[in-house]
Write a protein that binds this ligand. Structure first.
Ligand code: SAH
Length: 254
């Protein structure tokens, strides 16, 4: 059995109980060494074998999984955050399907949730934004033309950019030419929830300057939107005393 497991954003105790149990009982752990906090491996059994996938190809990863499956031993494939975001798990699952190897998927806390916690922000403030656009700048992996940064910027919603800290200057241009004001609040969160975490609030215009000043070009998220600064948002209707919900009757105004 292979278990794809979300390792969370970094902090050793930010994994689910299920993830912890799977890590603790695995015979083999294949972890994404460029991003997964190695402290998580301390939860593993003494005789657990470790493979760092940073230096492996997809074929090598699948090779380890299929050898293990033949021997009937447990494999954990540890991916940073939640594997459903830029995790490259589909291609592994498809190969396991073809080989008839069973697998399961244990979700994790994505780094974009870790970053919100680090900043003490809510991405969806009534009256400001009710949507989060999660995207990235194009790198070696192409981004479909219809998903350009400019087209998403036109919404002026909350935006979270993965894999883009090394391209902050180009990103700013695209965000502004797409429709955000240059002074829209922005944040850079490096290694959210790790001991080495760093976080900076700036504006879209000053993203590149801020990233360069603090030498941040990887393992960081860029967050865009007015939800970053204390300002005027509407209070929630859910907790409004004058609003009836499925669980509570509204007070009547006297
Ligand atoms: N599946 C992961 C994302 C993998 S893509 C998740 O759910 O978080 C790798 C990118 O994620 C990095 O380049 C960076 O942009 C972001 N990232 C991962 N961990 C991070 C962290 N602790 N702090 C900030 N960004 C992080």
């Amino acid at each position: 059995m292979v278990n794809f497991v979300g390792a969370g954003p970094g902090a050793k105790d930010l994994v689910t109980i299920r993830a912890y149990k799977l890590i603790a009982s695995a015979d083999i752990i294949i972890y994404a060494g460029s991003l997964v906090n190695p402290e998580l491996l301390e939860y593993a059994k003494k005789d657990c074998q470790f493979y760092n996938s940073a230096g492996m190809t997809l074929e090598e990863v699948i090779g380890v999984m299929s050898d293990a499956s033949r021997k009937g031993i447990e494999v954990v494939r540890l991916h940073t955050g939640d594997p459903c975001i830029y995790g490259a798990i589909r291609e592994q699952m498809d190969r396991l399907d073809a080989l008839g190897i069973p697998y399961a998927y244990c979700p994790g806390v994505s780094s974009f949730c870790g970053a919100a916690a680090s900043l003490n922000i809510e991405y969806t403030l009534p009256g400001i934004s009710q949507s989060i656009i999660i995207t990235r700048m194009e790198g070696r992996t192409p981004v479909p033309e219809k998903e350009s940064i400019e087209s998403f910027a036109a919404h002026n919603s909350t935006m979270v950019l993965f894999l883009s800290a090394g391209m902050a200057g180009e990103l700013s241009h695209k965000l502004i030419s797409g429709g955000y004001a240059g002074d829209t609040p922005a944040a850079i969160v490096y290694k959210a929830t790790w001991k080495e975490e760093e976080k900076y609030i700036c504006t879209i215009e000053t993203l590149e300057e801020t990233a360069k000043k603090h030498n941040i070009n990887r393992t960081a998220l860029i967050i865009i939107g007015d939800v970053l600064v204390p300002g005027s948002y509407n209070r929630s209707e859910l907790y409004n005393p004058y609003f009836t919900t499925g669980y509570r009757k509204a007070l009547t105004e006297e």
